[in-house]
Design a protein around this ligand. Sequence first.
Ligand SMILES: [Zn+2]
Length: 307
Amino acid sequence: MADEVVEASPERVVAVVEQMAGLPWPDGDDWLEWEIDGLAGQTSFLMHVLPLGATSDAAALASLTSPLRRLADQRWGARHRFDATRFTDDADTDPASYDRRSAPAGLVRAIGSDTAAWWRSGKDAVVLIDNSAATPETSKAAVLVLPAQWLSGPGAEEQALRSPLVADFLSGDKDRILPALWAVFKTRDPEVLAPLARALPAIEKATADAELGGMLASNDSHLEHALARIELFGKGVCLCAAYLSHQFYDPGKEEHRGHVRIVETIPDARQWVPDRVCECRDCGKRFQVEQGEYHYTWWKWTEVALR
Ligand SMILES: [Zn+2]
């Protein structure tokens, strides 16, 4: 398209764009040529492209794209902005870290723009690239229609599902779930817990019918506690709150993990081992911890008022 603006009203462009979502996709890397209602375009593996113009007459192009933008607002509602300068991954990028927004961003840049306006139309995105204001000498404009997921980054949930511990919880495999829940017991690390908190609804669903067995204390109750611990983290509650509702928090190990400091020992007439007073290193709360034996060693944590 050399120095030309398509001869079509904005209304007709919108009517054509509406039909673009139904166009067939090519095999592999081919481009398919098509024409709808007198307007010609191409389709790649990624998107349907309708060129609107390439001209040195910026005003002529803007006289199409300005009303088109308003019409699109009316037709598809909220207008979003896509910043094509932020996504520059290419074939040399490690596939694991490739941001899929780089594919449409590359085309936006190829048409001579840094940004594009876009609207959501069902599962698709309608993108208007128009640099007539920025580069009047070489103005170009085009409309793209592509699945909207290409314009949104990996969602928080999607990212969380990539965490190995999350995958263990979702596996349905007892031999993976048990080590995962003990890992949750041992940690306060936000890097570990944040993905779990985001994926908690999925984890709860996946583990609802888990049969985890357990000899002396049911592993199902440990799982329940691990999930409660993730929930506490998600709510921003200090994780020392978890001590109150589980019997397997060994104060010595918690001190070793850097979660508490043992500040005092108090003889306990009922037990062989004296109680220990632990101070949470994150929030300063103090707990008196009684240690006892019943088939297994247990610890009972009770919050004590600060003196
Ligand atoms: Zn605390």
